[in-house]
Design a protein around this ligand. Sequence first.
Ligand code: XMP
Length: 518
Amino acid sequence: MTAAVAAPDQVVLVVDFGAQYAQLIARRVRECNVYSEIIANDLSAEDIAEMKPAALILSGGPASVHVEGAPRLDPEIFALGIPILGICYGAQLIAHQLGGTVGRNERGEYGRTTMARTADGGQLLNFCPDEWTVWMSHFDAITEVPEGFTSVASSPNAPIAALESKERRIYGVQHHPEVVHSEHGQEVLRHFLYELAECQPTWTMASVVEESVAAIKNQLGERGRAICGLSGGVDSAVAAALVHKAIGHRLTCVYVDTGLMRRGESEQVVETFQRSQGIELIHVRAADRFFEHLEGVTEPEAKRKVIGEQFIRVFERAQGGIEDARYLVQGTLYPDVIESGTSTAAKIKSHHNVGGLPEDLEFELVEPLRNLFKDEVRAVGSELGLPDEIVWRQPFPGPGLGVRIIGEITPESVEILQHADAIVREEIIGAGLDRKIWQYFAVLADIRSVGVMGDERTYARPVIIRAVTSDDAMTADWARLPYELLEKMSNRIINEVDGVNRVAYDITSKPPGTIEWE
Ligand code: XMP
């Protein structure tokens, strides 16, 4: 199983000491047009030397260097001559492993603080003002630099807030330059990459497209068809468009209409792919089959299972009719790759095997987005000329509206939810908030409450509006929507959607909630 993934010549490796920090750093490096990848912290110096990185960045992390079993770096890595920047825990590790001291019982610093550079600021911070505001999150602090290092900044509770060794090309900062609350943060990263590690800003969306197309051509050779299941979401759309650019008519897309799609979704998929992009598309109308199998099923995981199984059956039947199909295109993204690499991630919902495809299909996988973050996928989509309605689509779960209808899924409940959801989407777009909010949708609960409309008593179901802000769906906050907008959505839903007499707004963040209701 090979993946058609472009491999740029120059890579900066972000050593992961705490997944959330590492991802953010990797994204910031890429924003400097330098390709970066995240690697585990237990790789040996040999492994790293083989990858020939242009630089290493050691991420922050929740551990203390003094705790037994705290992650360390293979000490030989420091001797490879590769430029290194340590951030927070990464900086403390440099001090600790190279012979400096990290103090334990100092007072920590959390949140905004002022950092002051030394008179010259060393090589790392010489372009910064004398003092500036940064974001810190540490308890331990470096108290003594290793031999050959100098301290180049301090803060109220971190006497050595930055250190460096010009000779060894090793640098460290106690603060988090990757977070937006740190002034000059992106500049510190850029300065390290361009000036100290001599990276070239060559990684652009145009280069990603070009390299991906070449990698796909290389993987797929001259023969055999590729199949791509379209969900209507941005990932499968961009993956399909990339593969289409590489192999043209040898791609067939399959779109399974489960009956659990949003209003207007199927028409839009057919319009975009078949008519505008000229991609061969098989549109399978399978709603009846899904409703039949979902009858009486109410438990969330059971629903996912039914939907997943039926999806596979329908898909298999469609692909069975495609001659010489050898490749299966999937829109797997980098966070999924990182996530599946961590053994500790607890299973909260059985996400990616639902609405996805079975592992025993006899295809070679083509995963051209494996190295990309979501925002980069959108940028690639735009670069490929996909319309905004596809590129800026909010993420949509594989089981579709099935996980937004609490209780039994019936054609009637789907219709109610489709209508309410269309209103929520229309109003959010109308208010110009659609690109600011990660996901926004309606949920239909299976309870009834009493209301009064005109002179009539009503006894009907409530719709819950869910709108969240997020960077990656791992954590999310409920969106602070304007009251007027909530009022408008509520009025419209109650007046226009039969079977609904109450609207609620979900003000739960993730954690402790999840984005979807099931
Ligand atoms: P939760 O609800 O776990 O969702 O906070 C996180 C993100 O994943 C999407 N999601 C799914 N995607 N199959 C998918 O392909 C699923 O079964 C599924 N469940 C949730 C959800 O929309 C959000 O973006």
